[in-house]
Write a protein that binds this ligand. Structure first.
Ligand code: HSE
Length: 435
C-alpha cells in the first residue's frame, strides 16, 4: 500500500487536533484513499514529549529536520504568524515538499510569494483551515462554485467576536466583562486584538477575495473596524430597530472594482446571518449561476480545525497517488489570470447608518445635529433619545436613509466638534440592499 508521510511544525491546538484526527480516522482514510497516511515527525520548541498514543512519531526541536527529511511528503505548518512561518513554508516548497497551512495572517500577506514558489516547484499548498476552521469553505469556493462569477461574499468569520456579541445580546453584559470571562475560560486569546479589532476577519476575507475574484489583495487593503466600541445600549437599540449587531466581512463584486470591508454591522433579524450565534462562523456567497449559498459550522477548535487540515492532507495524498499534482490551482484561477482589481474606496460606499451621539441634554442640540446631517444630504429615518443619565448626558440615536460614506465622515467630523457632543460618535453601518 502506498505510504504518505506527514511532518507537523508546531504542536499547539491545531497541531494536536490534526494528530488526533490522523490517528482516530486512520482506518477510514485508508478505506477512502487506498493509502496509509501517517504522522511521522513533529517539530515543536516547547513540547516536552508527545502523548503516548503517538508512539512511532519522532519529536524534534528544529523544523528543518522535517523540511529536509527525505521520507516526508507533506509538511504542515501550524505555528502561525509571519516569521519564521514564511521561511519554513518557502524552505519546504524549495525542498520539494507539499505544504499545508492554517496560517491566515501569512497567506493574506505573503500568499503571492508562497503560491509563486509552489507553482515554480510543482508542489501543492493546502489552506482549508485558514478560513472558517472546520467549515469546508475553501474547497467549496475553489471547486463547488468553480462555475460561478462570485457576486458577493459576506460572513461571520471570527468565533471570538461572535461569541462576545452574542453574550452581550443575550445577557446585556458590557463588552469588557464578556471579554474577560472569555479569556478566563481560555476561549479568547490573552491578546485578543486580532479577534476583536476585525484583523483576523480581514485576513480571512483577503484569502476568500483572492479566490473568488482571482485577484491580488492583502488584508492591508481591507477597511477594518472592530467591536470594542459597541455598548449594550447599541445592541438593545439594534433590537428595537429589528436588527442584531454582527462583525461582518463584506465584499461585493462591481466588475471593475470590489468592496472589501470588515466592520460591526446591523443585520436585519430576518437575515440568516443574524441567527449565527456563539462561536459559530457562517460564510455566505452569491454566485451568478448558483444563487445564494450559506456555509455554517465551527470556525475554530482543536478537532474541527484538525479535520480541515486533514482534508488538505488527503487531497494532496490523492493527487500524489493519481499523479495529478496541480490539478486544481490553489486560488482556483490559473496564475496567469490573477489580476489587479481596484478596491472600492470606502468614501464611495452608499447605505444606511446608525449613529449614537452622547450629548448634553439641552434645548436645540437635536436640531443642530440634524441640521448638520441635512447640510450633508443625510436624511433621517428615525430618531430616539433615551433617558437622561446622572451625568447630564443623554444618548441620542439616529437611523439614516441611504447616505454616502464621504458625506457621513464629513458630517460626523463637524458634529464631533460641537461643545454639546460629549463623547466620540458611535457609527454602525446597516446591511442595506446587499442583504
Ligand atoms: N481566533 C479565531 C476565532 C479562530 O476566534 O474565530 C482561528 O481563526
Amino acid at each position: 500500500m502506498k505510504q504518505i508521510k506527514i511532518g507537523i511544525i508546531g504542536f499547539g491546538t491545531v497541531g494536536s487536533g490534526l494528530a488526533e484526527v490522523l490517528y482516530s480516522q486512520k482506518e477510514r482514510m485508508t478505506k477512502r484513499t487506498g493509502m496509509s497516511i501517517t504522522l511521522s515527525k513533529v517539530a515543536d520548541l516547547n513540547l516536552p514529549e508527545l502523548p503516548d498514543k503517538f508512539q512511532g512519531v519522532t519529536l524534534v526541536r528544529d523544523a528543518q529536520e522535517i523540511i529536509h527529511d527525505a521520507d516526508i511528503d507533506i509538511v504542515v505548518e501550524l505555528i502561525g504568524g509571519i516569521e519564521p512561518a514564511k521561511t519554513f513554508v518557502i524552505d519546504a516548497i524549495n525542498a520539494g515538499k507539499h505544504v499545508v497551512t492554517a496560517n491566515k495572517a501569512l497567506l493574506s500577506q505573503e500568499g503571492k510569494d508562497i503560491f509563486a514558489a509552489a507553482s515554480k516547484k510543482g508542489v501543492e499548498v493546502g489552506f482549508e483551515a485558514s478560513v472558517g476552521g472546520g467549515i469546508p469553505v475553501i474547497k467549496s469556493l475553489r471547486e463547488g462554485l468553480v462555475a460561478n462569477k462570485i457576486l458577493s461574499i459576506m460572513g461571520i468569520m471570527n468565533g471570538t467576536a461572535n461569541y462576545i456579541l452574542t453574550k452581550m445580546t443575550e445577557e446585556g453584559v458590557p463588552f469588557d466583562e464578556v471579554l474577560k470571562e472569555a479569556q478566563d475560560k481560555g476561549f479568547a486569546e490573552a491578546d485578543p486584538t486580532y479577534d476583536i479589532e476585525g484583523i483576523d476577519t480581514a485576513h480571512k476575507l483577503a484569502i476568500l477575495m483572492s479566490m473568488a475574484y482571482g485577484m491580488n489583495i492583502t488584508h492591508n487593503e481591507i477597511v477594518t473596524e472592530g467591536i470594542s466600541q459597541i455598548e449594550p445600549l447599541d445592541i438593545q437599540l439594534a433590537h428595537e430597530f429589528g436588527c442584531r449587531i454582527k462583525l461582518l466581512a463584506i465584499s461585493r463584486n462591481h466588475g471593475d472594482h470590489v468592496e472589501a470591508r470588515v466592520h460591526p454591522t446591523m443585520v436585519p433579524e430576518s437575515h440568516l446571518l443574524a441567527s449565527i450565534n456563539g462561536a459559530y462562523n457562517a460564510i455566505h456567497f452569491t454566485g451568478d449561476t448558483v444563487g445564494n449559498v450559506l456555509l455554517y459550522g465551527l470556525g475554530a477548535g482543536m478537532v474541527p480545525t484538525g479535520s480541515a487540515v486533514a482534508a488538505d492532507v488527503i487531497d494532496i495524498a490523492r493527487n500524489i497517488k493519481a499523479q495529478s499534482i496541480g490539478r486544481v490551482p490553489p486560488l482556483s484561477y490559473l496564475p496567469e489570470h490573477i489580476q489587479a482589481l481596484r478596491v472600492t474606496p470606502m468614501d464611495e460606499l452608499y447605505g444606511p447608518y446608525y449613529f449614537r451621539f452622547t450629548v448634553k441634554d439641552e434645548p436645540g442640540v437635536l436640531a443642530e445635529i440634524a441640521g448638520i446631517l441635512g447640510q450633508h444630504d443625510i436624511s433621517l429615518e428615525s430618531v430616539v433619545q433615551k433617558g437622561r443619565k446622572k451625568t447630564g448626558s443623554v444618548p441620542l440615536v439616529m437611523l439614516t436613509h441611504d447616505a454616502r460614506e464621504s458625506s457621513v465622515s464629513e458630517a460626523l467630523k463637524e458634529i464631533s466638534k460641537l461643545d454639546t457632543v460629549l463623547a466620540p460618535v458611535v457609527k454602525i453601518r446597516l446591511l442595506g440592499d446587499e442583504a
